[in-house]
Design a protein around this ligand. Structure first.
Ligand SMILES: NC(=O)c1ccc[n+]([C@@H]2O[C@H](COP(=O)([O-])OP(=O)(O)OC[C@H]3O[C@@H](n4cnc5c(N)ncnc54)[C@H](OP(=O)(O)O)[C@@H]3O)[C@@H](O)[C@H]2O)c1
Length: 193
């Protein structure tokens, strides 16, 4: 990381929901439909401290394509889609980036360096993995879906001695929720310095 990037540092935060085997998706979709969990996700990624700020949301092409069009655009968010094959910015997205480094450069330079508050990483697995390794990554929001689902994509392994589970994290309810007979709990893991 060069000096200008360091000065423009923004928090990179992952957000995902994973079931017991750490599965996150099946057949290009979420394996479950949990409206309250989805609302927590939306509330989290769209939260900004002042109306002039925005969050940059990073999506792999697969996750972007699997997002139901009806929920886009997200309030207060700029969408960056990662793809090596697309040649045009997809509808409702703002940026098309060929690699993770391009996203970091984008937020390190004007105008985005003045506007973007938080970088939220929305998946999929390879994008999560690359984000976890970035020095700006400080938090993982990972909903524990306390059930078994057949999945074909998985949240990457991460070191729980480096990212420590938090108790009573601000804005994140600790209790176990239940929807459609499925229990789930919001969790936050914070990178220890
Ligand atoms: N449960 C959850 O919280 C959650 C969250 C997100 C997604 N999901 C699920 O995950 C599945 C989608 O995941 P996916 O496997 O399709 O992964 P994905 O990361 O969303 O999409 C993979 C594609 O993204 C592009 N890409 C990824 N990393 C890149 C990089 N560093 N540089 C440039 N392009 C990059 C590539 O596109 P090109 O092939 O165009 O180059 C790659 O083929 C769905 O089932 C979805 O529902 C679940």
């Amino acid at each position: 990381m060069d000096k200008s990037e360091e000065q423009m540092r923004k928090p990179i935060r992952l957000i995902a929901a994973a079931c017991r085997n750490m599965g996150i998706g099946k057949n290009r979709q979420l394996p479950w439909s949990l409206p309250k969990e989805f609302q927590f996700f939306l509330n989290t990624v769209t939260a900004v401290s002042t109306p002039d700020k925005k969050n940059l949301v990073i999506w792999g092409r697969g996750s972007w394509s699997s997002c139901p069009a009806g929920v886009l655009p997200f309030a207060n968010c700029l969408n960056a889609v990662l793809s090596r094959t697309l040649s045009a910015v997809p509808k409702h997205a703002h940026y098309l980036c060929k690699d993770f480094g391009s996203v970091i450069r984008l937020v390190s330079e004007p105008p985005l360096c003045h506007i973007v508050e938080t970088i939220w990483v929305l998946g999929g697995p390879a994008v999560y993995k690359e984000s976890l390794e970035h020095p700006w990554c400080d938090l993982i929001y990972l909903t524990d879906i306390m059930a078994d689902f057949d999945c074909d994509v998985f949240f990457p392994k991460f070191d729980r001695n480096v990212f420590r589970k938090q108790n009573g994290f601000p804005g994140v309810p600790d209790e176990i929720h239940e929807e459609k007979g499925i229990k789930f709990q919001f969790q936050v893991f914070k990178k220890e310095a």
